[in-house]
Design a protein around this ligand. Sequence first.
Ligand code: ADP
Ligand code: MG
Length: 711
Amino acid sequence: MQNDRIHTIHAVASHRAESPMPAGRVSPDEFGCDVFGEQAIKKYLPKDVAQKLLATANSGAPLDPAIAADVARGMKEWAVDRGATHYTHWFMPLNGGTAEKHDAFLEPSAGGRAEFAFSGKNLVLGEPDASSFPSGGIRSTFEARGYTAWDPTSPAFIKRHANGATLCIPTAFCSFGGEALDRKTPLLRSIQALKKATTRLMRCFGLPDETVRVALGAEQEYFLIDRGFYLQRPDLVQTGRTLFGAPPPKHQQLEDHYFGAIRPRILKFMQEAEEELWRLGIPAKTRHNEAAPAQFELAPVFEELNLAVDHNMLVMEVLRQAAERNGLVCLMHEKPFAGVNGSGKHNNWSLSYGRRNLLDPGDDPEQNSIFLTVLCAVVRAIDLHADLLRTTTAGAGNDCRLGGNEAPPAVVSVFLGDQLGEVVSALAHGTRGGARKAGTLRVGVDTLPPLPRDAADRNRTSTFAFTGNKFEFRQPGASQPCAAANMFLNVMVADSFDRFAEQLEGLPPEKFNETLQALLRRVFRTHERVIFNGDGYSAGWAAEAEARALPNLRATPEAVAPLLAKENQALVAKYGVLSKREMDSRHEVALEEYARKVAIEGGIALEIAKSMIRPAVLESYGEAVATLSRASKGGIGSGTAGIRAHVEKLGAGLDALTERCTALESALAAADSTAIIAAMAAVRETVDALEHETDDARWPLPKYREMLFLY
Ligand code: ADP
Ligand code: MG
């Protein structure tokens, strides 16, 4: 029986899905060929319809509902020409992934025939049975209907498999009462809010109205291991991370993986994944080996925020699928292997107004003063609402990563770098910045000293770092959708902008610079405690952060609590992004998911320890005991002391294992997450010690030195 099962696992390991497209021949012309973007729209839609749709897609003009039927017709024709037989509304429920329910275009018609059909209503609105998605109490199962509504600002695209293709329509997902049940709805609301506040603030600077764009570049880290190893690790299959595994003598200490030559098997996978991404219009740009063995990164060129969030979900999916086709598994968990680096998703955020990046320091007094104002607004936002931003990076997986020595700490602080830090400090305190004369900087009149933009000035240990012309938020975990962090960031910054605008609006021109200078001075003074240019990994920082009264929320239950805080709820509701009920529901969803994930981890850890580890250790133990007994009977003295010591060690390990498994069982029975985590750590300690004492041939789990190096 056992062998049949193992054989089947091996058979699954060797299964390969066919690639939908041959890799290795994509030209730039094919970029976005599977996207219903500008070219396809112009080709398949009547001119006036195309114009209206593009106006909505490109500059957010309200959609004319009258064009839906025409758009649907053209979109279907295009999709069918590209091989699609089915369509789906594609959305982001609160379970951390994406959802899709396919419908065939096929419609039976008279005379036993059939045709492909797709109506305006099919495009605009969907009604999936949504009873099993998390809603945090907003929608009970008996009123299970949820609605998906077309988001014309994120273009429809085609997902391929070896035997066909599906048209995917990005949608928002909400309840009958219009409450958000997804990540896109509030993100879109927050983008609107920030655009409005940005326009208001820019008018204070006397600028004409221009298009506001929020941009995101999400760097994606991940691990790859051979699928054969993966399938022999029930912990990886069930939880995405290894719950056991002794650290190998060589892990990442030689720093020989980072930016190393990429192995051919991995490159083949990367090429295939990237070409698929290019066809989906996703500008995958950079690929490299990351710090940990078997760890890699993909970075796209930044795009408009809503699109970039959708694209990151697709990036994760494409990476997973391409890995499987190549006999690999892509692990997106934040800490799949203890003792080596975890995986994050650096969130590069910026804001532009017309052609002007508002986070570009620029080189003339006007741009300098706009830049400093926006910078000041962000610093204020982060200081006032660090706890709100932190809620978006909570989760059982990221808890294993944040606060480790290779990941940013749980404290949110802003890094500005030395030069910019000096400018800000001079603005706040009027001190003379030495040779740089920053102290004499008059906003709107003088120019900023040249600020360095090279990598040398970057601080990898900071949670929220200014990196030349954007802010990089480094807390988000590799598996986490980008929507939540950016949604709150947008709201927080919009609030700062509005506060600033209130003080700058209607000023006579000759008063403007002086008022702005005083405003920046006051705000930087009030909020400079959140600026930290030192080493975020240092032991001293936690203590200093505490002295500065910066929140340090380490574990998910405390990290998500600020979703319930009155001020936070009032702020988010004021901008119409999430109502109190929606915030409450997100808190509930986060806590529930956390408790469930921890319970799953505890459950599978217990099963592995008892049903896989213990029998293996027992066999080694039994064999050693038998050898010892035979040797003693035969009157052989030499060697018995060593065998006896070995037997004692294994025996003590078995006793500890039994005791610690019992403790884990109780913690699981009590459904106490903190106790489960502690009990799991204790079981792991025993198991990892036994790994080195047990016969290698009997050890049932692939080892770290195998998974991380053999591929
Ligand atoms: P790193 O050294 O952190 O890897 P990169 O230069 O590779 O930095 O850029 C990381 C990400 O930041 C990329 O996705 C890139 O497109 C994005 N990025 C660059 N400029 C901006 C910007 N102005 N706004 C948003 N994202 C940006
Ligand atoms: Mg990077």
